[in-house]
Write a protein that binds this ligand. Structure first.
Ligand code: DX5
Ligand code: ZN
Length: 225
């Protein structure tokens, strides 16, 4: 687990998959080499959209684990601390909460680790990464949102590149750096050069055409080993 967390990987987000054939879509990207499967959980409060929860996470987790991949749960929900145990029980290997949604962030991150998962903290585009000056010592991953969370298929916010550089410079080497939103084959190499090692991609992988081929194209652009 800790090795995968620190390697360069494209993490397909199932938010953009075909939900009627979710298992087949996930199996396709796993067969193409995906080692991190990103699960976007939204509550209609922290973000306007409502998506999926522990039941779908539990359905997908055995496929990911069977292929040696991590289940990367991104909680875009208010008071995420209420659901940590449930998502870890559903198979989450990484649980990421938003700094903006969890005032007692130190306790939340500790709860994630106590439950047996890697603890991630995310910042929205308008939140300076410098707000994690304390939390950086209590987490395993920082997720820089490069779009405002809530929907797939949005345009990458260019200032996120500088934010990633500042994040990488302030984070201990043990903390992974993930970027989420508007990732494409056109910007993947720049994102890696800026310090990101996990690149979440939803519409860039599951756009209705061949997800395995789209994944391989992105992984090559990111220089994924
Ligand atoms: C957005 C989600 C993302 C989303 C990315 O709120 O957190 O993970 O799936 O989608 P794309 O890659 O289409 O921007
Ligand atoms: Zn996400």
């Amino acid at each position: 687990m800790s090795e995968t967390l620190h390697e360069t990987h494209v993490a397909p987000s199932i938010l953009s998959a075909d939900f009627v054939r979710l298992g087949a879509d996930v199996e396709a990207v796993l067969a193409a080499g995906a080692r991190v499967v990103h699960v976007d959980v939204m509550d209609g409060h922290f973000v306007p959209n409502i998506t999926i929860g522990p039941a779908v996470t539990a359905a997908v987790a055995p496929l990911a684990h069977g292929a040696g991949a991590l289940v990367d749960v991104h909680l875009m929900i208010e008071r995420p601390e209420r659901y940590v145990q449930e998502f870890v029980a559903a198979g989450a290997d990484i649980v990421t909460v938003h700094q903006e949604a969890s005032p007692h962030l130190h306790r939340t991150l500790a709860a994630i680790r106590d439950a047996g998962a890697a603890a991630g903290v995310s910042v929205n585009p308008a939140t300076p990464v410098e707000t994690l000056a304390e939390a950086r010592h209590h987490c395993d991953l920082v997720l820089v949102m490069s779009v405002d969370p809530g929907f797939g298929g949005q345009r990458f916010i260019p200032s996120s590149l500088d934010k990633l550089r500042r994040a990488r410079a302030m984070l201990p080497p043990s903390v992974a750096l993930e970027v989420d939103g508007g990732v494409s084959a056109a910007n993947a190499a720049d994102l890696v050069a800026a310090g990101a090692n996990l690149l979440v991609a939803g519409s860039g992988v599951f756009d209705g055409r061949d997800p395995a081929a789209r994944f391989r194209e992105l992984a090559a652009a990111a220089g994924e080993a």
